[in-house]
Design a protein around this ligand. Sequence first.
Ligand code: C2E
Length: 617
Amino acid sequence: MSSRLLEFRVRNKEGHYIWVGANIRVLIDPLTGEKLGSVVVSRDIQAQRDAREELIRSEARFRSLTNLSSDWFWETDEQGRFTYVSDGLYRLFGIRPEEVIGRTRTERAADRTEPGLLEYLAKVERREPFRDLPYSVFVPEKGTIGCAALSGEPIYDGNRFIGYRGVGRDITDSMQAQKRLQDLANHDALTGLPNRAHLSERLRTLLDNCGSDDRVAVLFIDLDRFKEVNDTLGHARGDELLSEVAQRLRQSIAASDIVARLGGDEFVVVSQCINGAQSAMQLVEKLRYALDAPIELAAHEVFVRSSIGISMFPQDGRSEEDLLQHADIAMYRAKEEGRNGYRFYTEEMGIQVRERMTIDNSLHRALERNEFELYYQPKFDLSSLRVVGMEALIRWNHPQLGRVSPLDFIPMAEERGFISEIGKWVLEEACRFTARLMAAQGQELKVSVNLSARQVQEGLLIRHVVEALERSALTPGSLELELTETAMIANLAASADVFTELKSLGVSLAVDDFGTGYSGLAYLGQLPFDVLKLDRSFINQKEKNGLGNRKIIRAFIRMAQSLNLSVVAEGVETSEILSFLREVGCNEAQGYLFSRPLPADEFETFIATHEARLLVL
Ligand SMILES: Nc1nc2c(ncn2[C@@H]2O[C@@H]3COP(=O)(O)O[C@H]4[C@@H](O)[C@H](n5cnc6c(=O)[nH]c(N)nc65)O[C@@H]4COP(=O)(O)O[C@H]3[C@H]2O)c(=O)[nH]1
C-alpha cells in the first residue's frame, strides 16, 4: 500500500477556489500484488497554505530588510558564540561572517576593558535585554577602530535559553563628532591644553585616587607683563607667545603630569611629587629654565618671566578648589613681591586674602553705616614750632576687623568706584570739624585732605569741594588738597584744568609723597601748586655716609622755594632730623615726634594745650 499527497484547487460550494490536500492511498492485493483501487482522503488546507506562504513572504521580507538595512543582525548560541551575522557587518566594518561565526564578542573586541563591552557581558550573564551599548571594533580594511552600538534580547526554546539575537549599528561618525565636541569643550582652542573645567575634573580624579602618603603640587603660573607684549606687538604675536609657552611647559613635565591653560596668561601644572615640596621646587626650576630662553616674535626677542604660586596636597588643601585657590593666592604674593619668583602657599596668606575679601564685601556699606572716622595729625611751622594746621587721615572702624588702615581699603575703593563718595564725606567732615575748631579755639588752621587720582578724574571733585566749603562756612584758604606725585603725573594733561579751577576757588594744593615718584621738579613750576610734601621714606632714609640724603633734601628745599613752593616734611620722628630741617629752612613738618594722628576729640585737646607742648620740645 503506497500513498501520495496532492494539493490542488477546487471550487467550493460558495463558488470560491480553495486549496485542498488529498491523501491518496492505493489498495493492493497482498497475495497477487494486483491493484484493487484507491482511497482518497481530502481536506481543506487553505489556512495552512496561507500560513506557509506568509512565512515565506515574511522571511523574504526579513532577508531583504536585513540586507538593505544600514545595521546588521546577529545571533549567538547560549555560550555567546556567533551563529549568524548578516551582511551588514561586512559592509560596515569589512568583517566577513566566517571571521566571526563560532567566536565570542570578547575575542573580537578591540578593547576588552571597555565599559560598553563589560556591560554587555554583565547583561548576557543575567539573561537581560540591552539597548545601544557602545563598544569598539577593529576595522581590518582601514586598520582603524570603529564604534558599534549593540541591542539584543535573549532567545528561548520553550523554557530553555538558547542564545541572544539582536542588531548592531555603526556609530563611529557620531562618536567621533561627540569626541570632537568633547575635545573642544575640554581644551583651550589656542594652545590645545586642557581648559579650566577639564583641569578641575582631572585634578579631582587624581586627588580621589591619592593615598595618605601621596604628595601633589599644584603650580599656578602667570606670565609677567604679558599685556605689554599684546599691547606693543599685537594680539597675534601675543597668541604666538602663549602657544610657545604652552609647548615649553608641555615638554618640561612628565607624561603623568597635567598642564592646563586657565585663560589669558594663566597656566596650571599639576604634578605628583614623591619628595613633596622638594620635588615641587625642582619642577619649578625646570619650568623656569624652560621659559627662560628668549622667544622670537616678529624679529623681536621676547624674554618671558613668570610668577608661580604653589600649593601642596594634602597640607594646603585636599580638594581641587582649595588647591587651585591657594596656588592662585601664592602666585599673587609672588607677583606682589617683585615678580619673576615663586612662593609656596602659607596659612597667613589665606588669612590676608580672606580679610581682603571681607573688606571688599563690606566697603559699599561702610558710609551708610557711619563706620568711617577722621584722625588728624598736627602740622607745625618750623620757625615758631606752632601748630598751623593738620592732615585729615581716614580710618575705617570695621565691625569685625577693627580699625582698618586706609592703605588697605583706599585702593579697593578706587577700584570699585566708591572713592568719589568716600572723598566727598572726607571733605565735608574735615571742613566741618576745622571750621568748628577754629571758632572754638579762635585760631587759624589749615586742614589738608588727601585726594585720590580717581576723584580728580571723575569730574565731581570741584562740586564736592564747593559744597563742603559752603556747608561748613570754612574759608577756602583753610583747605589744602593733597595729591600724590605719582597720581598727578599719571593724569597731568587731563587734570591741569581741574587744578587751575580749584586754585581759583582759593584752596591751596599740595604735592604729596614727593620723592617717591620718578619725576623731577620741572613740571611743578607749570602747575598751580603751593606746597611740596617730602615723603617720609625720603626723610627717614638711612644715609650711607651721613651726608648724601641730607644734601638732596637741602637741594630739593632750595629748588622748591625758588619755585615759590612751601616745603612740608612728613614723617619726622627724631629731633635730629627736626634740627636739620629747621637748619635748611624747611617750612613745616609733621610726624610722630610731634604727634601721631589723633581722633577728633584728642586732637582738639592737643590744640588747646599745644603751647605747653612747645615748651617740652
Ligand atoms: N612711619 C611714620 N608714619 C607716619 C608718621 N607721621 C605720619 N605718618 C603716617 O604717614 C601717612 C601720611 O599720609 P599720606 O602719606 O598722605 O598717606 C595716606 C594717604 O595716601 C591715604 N589716605 C589717608 N586718608 C585718606 C583719605 O581721606 N583719602 C584718600 N584718598 N587717601 C587717604 O592713606 C595713606 C596712609 O595713611 P595713614 O595710614 O593714616 O598714614 C599716614 C600717617 O599716619 C611718622 O612719623 N612715621
